[in-house]
Write a protein that binds this ligand. Sequence first.
Ligand SMILES: Cc1cc2nc3c(=O)[nH]c(=O)nc-3n(C[C@H](O)[C@H](O)[C@H](O)COP(=O)(O)OP(=O)(O)OC[C@H]3O[C@@H](n4cnc5c(N)ncnc54)[C@H](O)[C@@H]3O)c2cc1C
Length: 326
Amino acid sequence: MNRNVLVLSEMKGFQIRNVSIEGLAAAKKAAGEGKVVTAAVGSKAEQHANLLSQYGADQIYIVQNKELDEYHPDLYFQAYVQLIHEINPDVIIMGHTGNGRDIAPRLAARFDYGLIGDCIDIDVDCDNKVVLTRSVYSGKLFEKKRFTGDKGIITIRPNNIAPVENPGRGEIVPFTIEEAPLRTLIKDIVRKAADTVDLSEAKVIVSGGRGVKSARGFTLLKELADVLNGAVGASRGACDAEYCDYALQIGQTGKVVTPDLYIACGISGAIQHVAGMSNSKVIVAINKDPEAPIFDIADFGIVGDLFEIVPVLIKEFSNALLSPAK
Ligand SMILES: Cc1cc2nc3c(=O)[nH]c(=O)nc-3n(C[C@H](O)[C@H](O)[C@H](O)COP(=O)(O)OP(=O)(O)OC[C@H]3O[C@@H](n4cnc5c(N)ncnc54)[C@H](O)[C@@H]3O)c2cc1C
């Protein structure tokens, strides 16, 4: 069976989020010989058509509308409902982001689609059904799921499905939405970390725990993160101690992240923290206690005082990144 798959592309600022590009790779797998369609919304939507085409979109719906520059639950819902009526996809894919988590269940309820969320892999089985892999029990097990019906919505966890370049000549389809009265109004948007790399999509995360000892200690971690073009994360211990904002918390009750490199500084490795980062590709732990549980899951461990080690890392990485490639 060939499926038509719709990827609802998401913007951060005026950039397409990586997870939407990863969504196109997932869509390609699910579609088989079917069509991969995507939709980009906002006043700069058209600028992204080439990128979306380069990563495998056969058709790109452009909803050029300034009102959609910021996520608005009602307005986005209206736009997506109209797109779905128009495209009639078998499968819809979106990022497991704040927006995705908000709107996917509403769309599933509206169209009576199944919903499988927070997927880290996608495949098609011998019955030609889409099979999704999810990480459960804090990353200790993987489960495979499929829809009982023919239609479904999938949200994918950022940084898990590799983007695949698949240059084609995606057809651009301008699409105008009919706006109905809104039931809610956004008065203000307060951004806590506007100038930093997005934690959920970061390739490198430098994370601090109670061992960082102060908000000032976190500026050292930020310095290392900046050198590596990464983001700063934190344990709940550090957030509770008010060294940083809860927006940075990683773990069971914080964000789940899967960067290429996770550097844990002064974090003991409590199970609730590990739940949010154990699927990182490479884990480096810096802790002065050689018995700290974080070393059980670390690929590389440095036993010592983070205030001595992190400055050395900053210096070494800066030198390495500045020196010309041999
Ligand atoms: C329901 C529930 C949900 C929770 N959810 C989360 C969650 O989402 N995320 C989360 O992180 N936690 C969560 N927790 C809390 C969790 O159990 C731990 O309390 C917390 O992760 C501990 O944070 P920490 O490792 O920073 O602090 P600590 O456990 O106090 O560890 C500090 C570490 O720093 C090391 N250290 C100290 N000084 C230095 C130094 N100078 N150099 C190097 N190392 C040093 C110490 O050896 C120690 O290992 C949750 C708890 C509960 C009950």
